[in-house]
Design a protein around this ligand. Structure first.
Ligand SMILES: C[S@@+](CC[C@H](N)C(=O)[O-])C[C@H]1O[C@@H](n2cnc3c(N)ncnc32)[C@H](O)[C@@H]1O
Length: 257
């Protein structure tokens, strides 16, 4: 396993239980938009990559025949299994594996999806090559991730903040970068949605990631002096314990030719 993935496994292994109660992950509006873009009919075999505690998998499972929920981190999968039982979700199975080495046959799925996770992956092209391989021709690939504005200074600030909070962060990509990734993977993009946001509260956000006190102090300083345009771009509101903000989300829906 590469160093980036080892860091992600360690990070999410420590913090799994906090994700189960995360409102940002469990009830974000991106869940509904992603499921709608999949045009499910009830017959689909779906793969959800980097499922975490399973919120995206459960949303797709409600409209599909079956979902395979895959994640690198055993503790996240354990939480996802527990939640599935609690919610009586019977059509989801769980697999531990890496996003860029999917243990499935070519064309095994009608729909493949991944939500709020590719910013942790060592290589988005390697991940997308695997998504394309395991999606049947005519099948859909539905991706959603936290995303940076196109302005370089805002993107740099956003990525600095994310990496300070969670060292397993690699990069939030812009909407045009997401379109380019999908097209370079050979996908036909059918929708690029930037209407959703991940709404976050500072205290909950740093406790969910287990960020140490020195990094939390550094983050407070970085948030106290945002670059021009950041307040509007990230909906920064309040201060100290009352600080809230909203990361943009880019959703790409595509068809595998
Ligand atoms: C923020 S959580 C995912 C949230 C979830 N998809 C949802 O919609 O609620 C990020 C997940 O990515 C997983 N992850 C990070 N890097 C990975 C990789 N290279 N392969 C597979 N899973 C990975 C982590 O273990 C973690 O569970």
């Amino acid at each position: 396993m590469d160093r980036t993935s080892r860091e992600a496994a360690a990070q999410f292994g420590r913090q799994a239980a906090h994700y189960t109660t995360s409102r940002a992950h469990g009830s974000g509006d991106s869940l509904g938009v992603m499921v709608a873009l999949a045009h499910l009919t009830g017959t689909e075999r779906v793969l959800d990559v980097a499922t975490g505690t399973g919120f995206n998998a459960f949303a797709f499972a409600a409209g599909a025949r079956s979902v395979v929920a895959l994640d690198l981190t055993a503790a996240m999968l354990a939480e996802a299994r527990r939640l599935a039982a609690e919610r009586s979700v019977a059509n989801v199975t769980f697999v531990q594996a890496l996003a860029d080495a999917l243990p499935f046959a070519a064309r095994a799925f009608d729909v493949t999806t991944c939500r709020i996770a590719p910013h942790h992956f060592p290589s988005v092209p390697a991940f997308l090559a695997e998504m394309v391989r395991v999606t049947r021709p005519g099948g859909r690939v539905i991706l959603g991730d936290t995303s940076s504005p196109e302005e370089a200074a805002l993107a740099a600030w956003h990525n600095r903040v994310e990496a300070l909070r969670d060292p397993s962060h690699v990069r939030n990509y812009t909407a045009p970068e997401w379109r380019a990734f999908a097209e370079a993977a050979g996908l036909t993009v059918t929708a690029l949605d930037t209407s959703c946001r991940s709404h976050l509260a500072f205290g909950d956000w740093v406790s969910r990631s287990g960020t140490d006190p020195a990094r939390v102090a550094a983050l407070r300083q970085v948030f106290a002096a945002p670059p021009p345009g950041a307040a509007a771009a990230f909906q920064l509101q309040g201060e100290g314990e009352a600080l809230t903000f909203a990361w943009p989300i880019t959703i790409v829906a595509a068809v595998r030719p």
